[in-house]
Structure formats: structure tokens, C-alpha cells
Design a binder for this molecule. Structure first.
Ligand code: GLN
Length: 471
């Protein structure tokens, strides 16, 4: 029997090297687990029929001595990443029958090292949401407590790791979607510096904010996935090789923007956050209160820039080029019918909002102002990073909530309050499990690092895990 619960990528790799485990055994164990639990939890939209075939090939690579740390490791893929010949629906009716004709850069990278792509995971439609309740295929249930949401939009990917259906997963994070579900499911999620991981072959949500990143049980495991998927890609003009710009902060100081933590935060989250700060002090970090008055504007700035980009990115889905088509009496009627039938309510809301903030007369009042504020937030971060290595904030204001709990879109948007700053400023940020509520629900502690400090962010995540269970 394989002890999937306690198996990390690191351990599985070691066991495979020592011939104590094969990829076929490991993938079979995950598939069995998926078979038993997926009906209830709704994590995977598709299990890849060639998963065992991939595992066999991986075992050959390992035997030949050419394996890397990810060879033979089952990885779950969010349903917005293109895999040649496979469906990529972004959990939308619009792309229900869309089959990818090429591999996303990150998929190409995983395939090159012989990682096993085990299946595609459920998500909020076009990555818009914080609970997976916007998926056209129904929500994912949190494996820790199935009466609660797993977070979103990469809820399926985080839940897949938490439920031991894969040892790692890929998610995408535009405003929260890797870190917040990781926090709610009790796993590690990391959003890299903007541009460090190529967006080529990822269904775009908001292009100036989207980043692909890893979800895993530990920071070390997340780093193993990151090392594989990062790197310069000619197909994405914003892509950079982060090693060329690597930043290694070493002031041994951590900044806490206390004014930002005042409102609407669950007292248990705050208590856990304070306890985590104490632990960091014990390992020699100075914990400093910092002033970041513009941080509170991250959420409103996000909810202007993001819908603006959503409205332009999703304009291409009109029933003419690809995706769902409903014939109308003329071209515009076809657009209208196809888009009305293909998009869910939240996606429509954001496209309308985006068109509004970009429209003549409102562009200056909303969109331009938001961009100006975006620069202010970036500068504020750059300035505090002169004094501290990381800015720390809880990942989410509450632990996992019940289905239907968030009654209005605004309530749902508030889930992103602590995660949007990193996207607005393009920073790397990691969410690491930091303990449990009285009800046994996981908390996440978030480190935001300076641009291109991705390696340091993984490193502090690892250190935090080492001291987390100290009393
Ligand atoms: N929850 C946020 C939203 O709904 C972020 C989503 C994401 O990061 N993809 O926009």
C-alpha cells in the first residue's frame, strides 16, 4: 500500500530512484483514489485515458537514468491549459467542445521531463471566482469538509492535491486563484513574478495579471514544479528568464501592513496570523509594522483592470471563430445568441463591467485612474522592500466557507482582498498552510516578495514549514 497522504514529490522521486516505487504503481494509486472520491468531490472533469501509458514511459526514462525530479510524478492540470488533442473548456459551455491543437508552454515543459498529466481539473468559468461555484460543471467540494468550497478559481487543482489524487498541480492566478484555494484546502500555492512562467497556451483571463504556478503539499515540491515550468518562451512577449534578474533579499526582516488587516477578517485568522509571526521571530526574523496606505486600493483596482481585460480577451468568443455557436438571423444576432448561450452569469457580468470602464467617457474616470493607482501600489511595495525581505498577510480573510454563503458578487470579491496586491504589483507570493481553525479548517500564511525573488519566496516557505508546528 502506498501511503499517498504522506507522500511528497520529493519522497516519491527518491523512492523511484531507489527502485522502491514505480510511476505505474504511484499513478495507479492516484487513479484508484480518484475513482473512489471524484464522483462526490467533482475535482476532475476528465481523467486522461493515457495516464498509465505515460507512467510506463516515465518508468523507462527513470530506468535509463535520465529522469528528473518530476519524471513519473502525477500532476493535475487546470482546465484552462492547452494539451494537444485534449479538451480545454475553462469550465465554460462556450468551450465545452474545444479541442486544443497545441501544447501550452508549461505543458510542453512537463511532457519533456516525463511528468504524468493525470487529468484536467474543475475551476470557476474562465477562472473568475473564489469558490468554483461558477463552473458550468458544478462546484468542487473541499476534501477537508465537503460541505464547504475549496476556494477558486483553481479549486479543482488545490483539491486534487489535498485529496491525494495527484502529488502536484498547476493553477493560474490572476487575483488569488492559486493561493486562495491552496489556503482553503491546506496545501501550498505559489504565484510567480509576472513573466517568469509563460502564458502561451493558457486561456487568457486578464493578461496583465495572469500567472501560472504550482500547487503542492510542500514549498519544496512546489519549487520542483516551478523549476520545470519557468523559463523564457519566445511565444510570450512578457516572458523572462528570472535567473537573469534574480533577487535574494537577506535583511532578515518581515513587514506587516497592520492597517490593512483591520476590517472583515475572521478573528481566528488573525490569531493564527499573529502566532505565525511569533514563530518567525523565534527563528531570527525582525517583524516590523509597515505603512502601506495604498494597499487597500488593490481590490478596487483589480476589479477595474481585470474586467477591462476580460471584456477584450473574451470578445473573440463570438460563435464565429471557435467555441459554441447559435445561429441567428444575421451576424450580430449570431454573436448575441452564441454569447448569451455560452457564458455564465459571472462571466457576462465582468464583460459588461469591463466594456463599461473602457467606454468613451468612463475610460478616464475608471480605467486610467486604476492604472495610475496600480503604479502607486507598485512603488509602495518597492519602497518597503528597501527595509524588509517580505510583506506578510493572511492569504484569505476566512477559512473555507459553505456553498452559497457569499450572497452577492461583492461578498465573493472580498475573498481576494489579501491576494490581489501581488498580482497588481506583479510580485511573487506563496501561501503556506499555517494551522487549523477550531472546526479543523486550514489557514494560509502568505509571503509576498520583491519582483524576481521567486527562489527566496520558496525558501522562506520552506523555513516556515519547518517551524510551523513549534509550540
Ligand atoms: N477570485 C478572483 C476573481 O474572481 C481571482 C481569480 C483568479 O485569480 N483567476 O477574479
Amino acid at each position: 500500500m502506498i501511503d499517498l497522504k504522506n507522500l511528497t514529490i520529493e519522497k516519491a522521486h527518491e523512492m523511484m530512484q531507489k527502485k522502491k516505487l514505480t510511476s505505474v504503481e504511484l499513478v495507479s494509486a492516484c487513479l484508484k483514489n480518484i475513482q473512489e472520491k471524484n464522483k462526490e468531490l467533482n475535482i476532475f472533469l476528465e481523467i486522461f485515458d493515457d495516464a498509465l501509458e505515460q507512467a510506463k514511459k516515465a518508468d523507462e526514462i527513470i530506468k535509463s537514468g535520465k529522469g528528473t525530479k518530476l519524471t513519473g510524478i502525477p500532476i493535475a492540470i487546470k482546465d484552462n491549459m492547452l494539451i494537444t488533442g485534449r479538451k480545454t473548456s475553462s469550465a465554460s459551455k462556450m468551450l465545452e467542445n474545444y479541442t486544443a491543437s497545441y501544447d501550452a508552454f508549461v505543458i510542453k515543459k512537463l511532457k519533456e521531463v516525463g511528468a504524468v498529466l493525470i487529468g484536467r481539473t474543475n475551476m470557476d468559468e474562465f477562472a473568475m471566482g473564489s469558490s468554483t461555484e461558477n463552473s458550468v460543471y458544478g462546484p468542487v467540494k473541499n476534501p477537508i469538509d465537503p460541505t464547504r468550497v475549496p476556494g477558486g478559481s483553481s479549486g479543482g487543482s488545490a483539491a486534487a492535491v489535498a485529496a491525494d489524487m495527484a502529488l502536484g498541480a498547476l493553477g493560474s492566478d490572476t487575483g488569488s486563484s492559486i493561493r486562495q484555494p491552496a489556503s482553503l484546502c491546506g496545501v501550498v500555492g505559489m504565484k510567480p513574478t509576472y513573466g517568469v512562467v509563460s502564458r502561451f497556451g493558457i486561456t487568457a483571463m486578464a493578461s496583465s495579471l495572469d500567472q501560472v504556478g504550482p500547487i503542492a503539499k510542500t514549498s519544496k515540491d512546489a519549487k520542483i514544479i516551478f523549476d520545470c515550468i519557468s523559463g523564457k518562451d519566445e511565444m510570450d512577449s512578457t516572458s523572462v528568464n528570472f535567473l537573469d534578474f534574480k533577487v535574494s533579499p537577506n535583511k532578515k526582516a518581515i513587514g506587516v501592513p497592520r492597517d490593512f488587516l483591520k476590517e472583515g477578517v475572521d478573528p481566528e485568522v488573525l490569531k493564527n496570523f499573529e502566532e505565525s509571526l511569533e514563530k518567525l521571530k523565534k527563528i531570527g526574523y525582525a517583524v516590523k509594522d509597515i505603512k502601506m496606505p495604498s494597499l487597500e486600493y488593490s481590490l478596487p483596482v483589480y476589479y477595474i483592470i481585470m474586467p477591462a481585460e476580460v471584456s477584450t480577451n473574451l470578445a473573440r468568443l463570438d460563435g464565429m471563430r471557435y467555441g459554441l455557436r447559435k445561429d441567428g438571423i444575421d451576424m450580430f444576432d449570431t454573436f448575441k445568441k452564441s454569447r448569451s448561450a455560452g457564458f455564465g452569469p459571472e462571466t457576462r457580468r465582468r464583460m459588461i463591467l469591463g466594456a463599461y470602464v473602457l467606454s468613451h467617457g468612463y475610460y478616464d474616470a475608471y480605467y486610467n485612474k486604476a492604472w495610475k493607482l496600480r503604479h502607486v501600489i507598485e512603488k509602495e511595495f518597492a519602497s518597503v522592500f528597501k527595509d524588509v525581505d517580505f510583506v506578510v498577510i493572511p492569504t484569505a480573510p476566512t477559512p473555507a466557507f459553505k456553498f452559497g454563503d457569499k450572497k452577492s458578487p461583492l461578498d465573493m470579491y472580498l475573498c481576494d482582498i489579501f491576494t490581489t496586491p501581488a498580482n497588481i504589483a506583479g510580485l511573487p507570493a506563496i501561501s503556506v498552510p499555517s494551522g487549523f481553525s477550531i472546526k479543523g479548517l486550514p489557514f494560509g500564511f502568505q509571503f509576498n516578495g520583491p519582483i524576481f525573488s521567486d527562489e527566496a519566496v520558496f525558501e522562506i516557505g520552506k523555513k516556515f514549514e519547518e517551524i510551523r508546528d513549534m509550540v
